[in-house]
Design a protein around this ligand. Sequence first.
Ligand code: DX5
Ligand code: ZN
Length: 218
Amino acid sequence: ADTPRINPSILAADFVNMQAELARIATADFVHVDVMDNHFVPNLTFGPQMVERIQATSPVPLDVHLMIDDPDRWAPGYAEIGAASVTFHLEAATEPVALARRLRAIGARAGVAVKPGTDVESLFEVLDEFDQILVMTVEPGFGGQGFMADMMPKLARLSAETRRRGSQVWLQVDGGISGSTIAQAAEAGADTFVAGSAVFGAEDPAQAINALRSQAAH
Ligand code: DX5
Ligand code: ZN
C-alpha cells in the first residue's frame, strides 16, 4: 500500500496567522480546508476568497472539504481556484455524478463525503466517478470532537468493496484522528487521514505528522 497520507485541518489553526500556520505543516501531504456555511452544519468558516489566498500561500496542495448546501453551485469554483481535491457531501448534492464529472473536467480530484448517519452502500454504484471518499468519524461542524469508533465497520465495508473492484479510490477519515485512534482507522482500510487538533495542538506539528504517518502504517 501507499504511504498513509496525513492532511492537517486548518480548522484548528490560528486564522489570523494563516501563512505561518501553513508553513508549520509543510511536510504534510495536503492541507485540509474546511468550508462551512452555517446551513449544512451549525458553524461558519470561510469561502472562496479565503481559500484562494490559502491556495496562493500553501506549500502543500489543498484538500477542500465542503460542508455546505448546494455544492452543485459552489464546488466547481474551488476546483477553478486550483484545489487539488474538492469533496462535497452526498447528503447535500442534487446531482453528485454530474458534479464529480465537472470537478474532474476542471482538473481536481473529485471527492464525496458521508456523515455518520449515511450508509456507504449508496455510494457503491457511483464509486468510479470519484477519486476519494470521506467517511466522517464525527458529526461535521467542529474540531476537537471524540472519534466515533462505531464508524469502522462502515469503513471496512467500503474498503472491501473498493478492493473487490481493484479501485484506486482513496479512503479518507476525518474527525477525532490522533495517535490513539489512527491505527483503528488504518486497520479498517483508510489511507488518508485528516487531523486538526492532533497536529495544530502539538508543540511540533512536523513531528506530529511523522508520528501519525508511522502509527497509520502499522
Ligand atoms: C469537522 C471537520 C474536521 C475537523 C477535524 O467537521 O470536518 O476536518 O477539523 O478536527 P479534529 O481532528 O480536531 O477532530
Ligand atoms: Zn473536514
